[in-house]
Design a protein around this ligand. Structure first.
Ligand code: PXL
Length: 276
């Protein structure tokens, strides 16, 4: 089914993610992407991020109590037992949240577990971020069927430094070996050249997904929307490679039609395809 056709009974698609108040990233981006692509989105909220305009737009980070995260997931998983088999995981933000989410994920079987391995939130205390990285790698990465690291996350997960598409391809291979998951490693604007290049690797197929860069400045919500679009397409039955291609086109259209704000970065518009 193409992304513009809507099923009579939409696929239920869960995101476990944080709120980013200005609407560019996080659960807001996920839900808008799900709606655009014709799946029924539900959210378990893990944290609330508020940019601080008075402090260089750093993130103020407020975790949701682990019990409240567990409660949300209990409600969702009970409501949709038997019909929910696709989940996207975004920002978790703390080791306690990661344990709670890992436990809830273990309570049922899943067809698609799409992990956007959000490792660093600007303004978080670095020691705390390291604990979070280790917990994510130990407890969530092994559950993932599809993982979408950006340049920084791909370096962290693979342990190699990435300065070229060849390096990014090697990192995608290493992350696949570690996790068993299909990998879409994103070069975005971080690698030199005219194109934003992402590398797809599923253990057999390597494919470069390339689109002309739209400026040289990263846009808020691109990573979240890409992973959410992959999630929506997988929920509708696309293959991982088809899902990655559709998601890349969705994000490219969203960046072309981005929303300006007074923050130093624009926000991706999930309705970008409608303007095309
Ligand atoms: O882009 C990563 C991201 C994910 N989730 C939340 C965020 C951000 C970045 O701002 O705030 C909640």
């Amino acid at each position: 089914m193409s992304s513009t056709e809507y099923a009579a009974a939409p696929a239920i698609t869960l995101t476990i993610a944080g709120s980013e108040a200005t609407g560019g990233a996080g659960a807001q981006a996920d839900l808008k992407t799900f709606q655009e692509l014709g799946v029924y989105g539900v959210i378990a909220l893990t944290c609330i991020v508020s940019f601080n305009p008075a402090d260089n737009w750093n993130h103020r980070f407020m975790p949701v109590e682990p019990q409240v995260i567990a409660d949300q997931l209990e409600a969702i998983q009970t409501c949709y037992a038997g019909s929910l088999d696709t989940v996207k995981i975004g920002m978790l933000g703390s080791p306690a949240t990661i344990s709670t989410v890992a436990t809830a994920l273990g309570n049922q079987s899943w067809k698609n577990v799409v992990l956007d391995p959000v490792l660093i939130c600007k303004g978080q205390e670095p020691g705390h971020a390291l604990d979070t990285d280790l917990a994510l790698k130990a407890q969530i990465l092994p559950l993932a069927t599809f993982v979408t690291p950006n340049h920084f996350e791909a370096e962290s997960l693979s342990g190699i430094s990435i300065n070229s598409v060849e390096d990014l391809t090697e990192a995608a291979r290493i992350i696949h070996e570690i996790s068993g998951a299909t990998v879409l490693a994103k070069g975005g604007v971080r690698l030199a050249g005219e194109n934003a290049v992402d590398v797809f690797y599923d253990g057999t197929t390597t494919e470069l997904l390339s689109a002309p860069k739209v400026g040289e400045v990263a846009v808020s919500g691109a990573g979240c929307s890409l992973a959410a679009a992959i999630t929506a397409e997988l929920a509708k039955g696309a293959t991982p490679l088809e899902a990655a291609r559709t998601a890349k086109a969705f994000v490219t259209a969203g960046i072309k039609n981005r929303v300006a704000s007074n923050a130093p970065f624009d926000a991706l518009w999930q309705g970008g395809n409608r303007a095309a």
